[in-house]
Design a protein around this ligand. Structure first.
Ligand code: SF4
Length: 357
């Protein structure tokens, strides 16, 4: 349950939000004040979501000045190299229509912000490898003696120079996105990654003596069949002859305001059967790790749901938070974990139309 949600880039808006909260004495007046702010959704006051906030480019980049051993990225200086994405993957909420696509931070500004004593640097963004100067940035940091991590690497951007820079900056595993189980599925997702790019990624990982190539992909994408799984098995077997391969798999869950919005979840049994088929086919040839099909179904219901699902999630959590409690709670609204199509219900709040173009 939330009283208000700031949509989009909140760097500057947060100040107005805090002022609105502090300037009023009671909860009702605070909500009234928040509801008058642009890009702030107050469920008790609004039926539609407002448009998404975007800050001026002069505000970029965001960075995390606090380095500490007590986080997942311990002692790492995190900095944004770009914001948004120029690509159009049909399942993704960051696709080019969000806030005008990709906004690039100039290389000099990025490098000037990184403290000279930073030994670990994380370059953050939806599509870091699409930055036109990414190789120069990584090479410069490697020369400074920094270990560098990138939050995303697109396989069609990998080159000998780029992977060499990553190796110098401490990479041991080359991690990139395969996205779909077959070329046909990847095309349906409007991904630019193609077989030739993935083969090249495997070859570059071997040339630069990486320990392994790690590939992320989804199963249960709309239209996927067992034939696509078999193509995946065949293809990954070929890659594993070049370099050791690990797969990180997530079941497909459609997200609001994307072209694949409202597409059904494949179902827990189907996902588990496809994962088992993949594991059988790749036994001894690739490490296959997948997130749970059951919990992906919970994620799907929450991603597609509205207030009623939110309240039932709270109920399930109070009843222990097991999968059985979520299944029981969501069944009250007609959600079925075996074969999930979104149940008919009243229209959910929608974003500005530009978001779903
Ligand atoms: S999946 Fe990645 S490359 Fe595709 S639109 Fe989203 S952020 Fe961009």
């Amino acid at each position: 349950m939330v009283d208000a949600i700031v949509l989009g880039e909140a760097e500057l808006l947060t100040i107005d939000v805090l002022r609105a909260i502090e300037s009023e004495s009671c909860r009702a007046k605070k909500l009234d004040a928040l509801a008058k702010l642009p890009h702030v959704f107050v469920p008790t006051h609004h039926e539609r979501l407002p448009s998404v906030a975007a800050v001026d480019n002069v505000i970029l980049p965001a960075w995390a000045p606090i380095r500490t051993p007590h986080t997942e990225f311990s002692n790492m200086f995190l900095i944004e190299t770009e914001r948004g994405c120029s690509r159009g993957c049909t399942y993704c909420v960051m696709r080019r229509s969000t806030n005008g696509g990709m906004r690039i931070v100039p290389m000099d500004e990025i490098l000037a912000r990184i403290p000279i004593d930073a030994r670990r640097v994380g370059l953050v963004g939806a599509a870091v490898s699409d930055h036109p100067k990414v190789v120069d940035i990584v090479n410069t940091l490697a020369e400074r003696g920094c270990e560098v991590g990138l939050s995303s690497l697109r396989p069609d951007r990998l080159s000998d120079e780029f992977v060499g820079a990553l190796k110098r900056a401490g990479y041991r595993t080359l991690t990139t996105a395969m996205d779909g189980t077959s070329e046909r599925v990847r095309e349906s997702l409007e991904r630019r990654a193609r077989i030739k790019h993935l083969i090249r990624a495997a070859e570059l990982a071997r040339v630069h003596r990486m320990d392994r190539l790690k590939l992320y992909l989804m199963v249960g994408v709309p239209g996927e069949t067992d034939e696509d799984i078999d193509e995946c098995t065949q293809f990954v077997s070929e890659l594993s002859a070049i370099v050791p391969v690990a797969l990180g798999i997530a079941p497909f869950c459609s997200k609001r305001n994307t072209p694949l919005d409202r597409r059904p979840y494949a179902g827990i049994r189907t996902i588990d059967a496809r994962l088992a088929r993949l594991r059988r086919g790749l036994a001894g040839r690739a490490d296959v790790r997948a997130t749970s099909a059951k919990w992906a179904w919970v994620e799907y219901v929450l991603a597609q749901g509205g207030e009623a699902e939110g309240l039932l999630a709270m109920k399930a959590s109070r009843e222990g938070g097991s999968f059985a409690s979520y299944k029981r709670a969501f069944s009250e609204l007609g959600h079925n974990a075996r074969s999930e199509a979104p149940p008919e219900k009243k229209a959910l709040p929608i974003l500005d139309p530009v978001m779903s173009s």
